[in-house]
Design a protein around this ligand. Sequence first.
Ligand SMILES: [Zn+2]
Length: 146
Amino acid sequence: MPNIKRLTEYYELLCDELNKNGYKLRGRTAERSFESDFKPDYDNLDLTIMYITDDYKTYDYLNNRGLINHDLCHFCGDFLGSDKLYFTEPTHNIKIEICRSCNTKGKIQQTIYKDMLKPKSGCLFLVLVLLIIFLCILIIPKTLYD
Ligand SMILES: [Zn+2]
């Protein structure tokens, strides 16, 4: 069962440990780079693990101290048992334990996203029609005056 309270407490523990030991969250906005303390992303808890894995040393430190809970879904806080799947985060390809349900949800989201990226054939057709009209406007007057 998803458990937001458990997941919140887990991420608070990880963030506390990082802050106490001098680790900083480093990031960049369009204007500047910044450094801040680690804290759980309370609006999107599952993003917290992405902040932690963004720097391999940070994740490694927690893992070596035995603080990464490999039996917990890092997206919803469910206990995993033997039914363990992984989300490979894109920065360092760290495999993060997640549950089957979060894995399925992720796949559905990826499919929706891919569908959004697919070029719409209707749209392409409209672009072609507009291009032809535009060319006609440019070419026809020239041929009339020649
Ligand atoms: Zn989950």
